[in-house]
Design a protein around this ligand. Structure first.
Ligand code: ZN
Length: 198
């Protein structure tokens, strides 16, 4: 078990799709431990294998806070089997030190995966909770998709990236998300109305 180096935005492996796990072998179990050790060492809420240079379909999450006991969750070969709703999510990523920006996410997801013992489970995360958003963020890593590909305000994202000495947005990777767009626009209008009132 060891703390591994987290690769930064600009590293080609972050854009490579990851391979399915065929057997939850000892090697995969060590990878899971390394992911957890590295995530906790960096105070992250999630970490995906490609972020430590391993392009396999594994990620870990722990959304526990404060005095709550640690709650490590392991997802091997995850599949998002249902998604709905939309939320504005203020996100960062351990591969983008200090850079945060608003992105589009589904509010509700249902995910099916294997746990660290190779047992299948289904998990539902609703209401745009940190867990719901984190699952989507980490799942994307396995397909070479990064949080900035869901960007809402390109100017803000570019500012954040350059301020933190990270490469600029990769425009060819920015996603067109027509199914999220109407709800995101409504939420943005609501937000600006609130700002005007206050
Ligand atoms: Zn990330």
């Amino acid at each position: 078990m060891s703390i591994r180096k987290v690769v930064k935005y600009g590293t080609p492996s972050l854009r490579e799709p990851s391979k399915e796990v065929h057997k939850v072998s000892q090697k995969i179990k060590v990878l899971v431990e390394d992911l957890l050790d590295t995530m906790y060492a960096q105070n992250g809420v999630g970490l995906a294998a490609p972020q430590i240079g391993e392009n396999v379909r594994v990620f870990v999450i722990d959304v526990s806070t404060g005095d709550e006991p640690l709650n490590p969750m392991v997802f091997i070969n995850p599949k998002i089997i249902k998604k709905s709703g939309a939320v504005i999510s203020h996100e960062g990523c351990l591969s983008f030190p200090e850079a945060f920006t608003d992105v589009k996410r589904y509010a509700n997801v249902m995910v099916k995966a294997l746990d660290r013992n190779g047992r299948s489970f289904v998990l539902e995360a609703n209401g745009g909770t940190l867990l719901a958003r984190c699952i989507q963020h980490e799942f994307d890593h396995l397909n070479g998709i990064l949080f900035i590909d869901h960007v809402i305000n390109r100017f803000d994202a570019e500012t954040q990236l350059s301020k933190n000495n990270l490469p600029p947005l990769e425009l060819e990777h920015i996603l067109n998300e027509p199914e999220l767009e109407p709800e995101i626009q409504r939420l943005l209008e609501e937000k600006s109305k609130k700002n005007e009132e206050s």
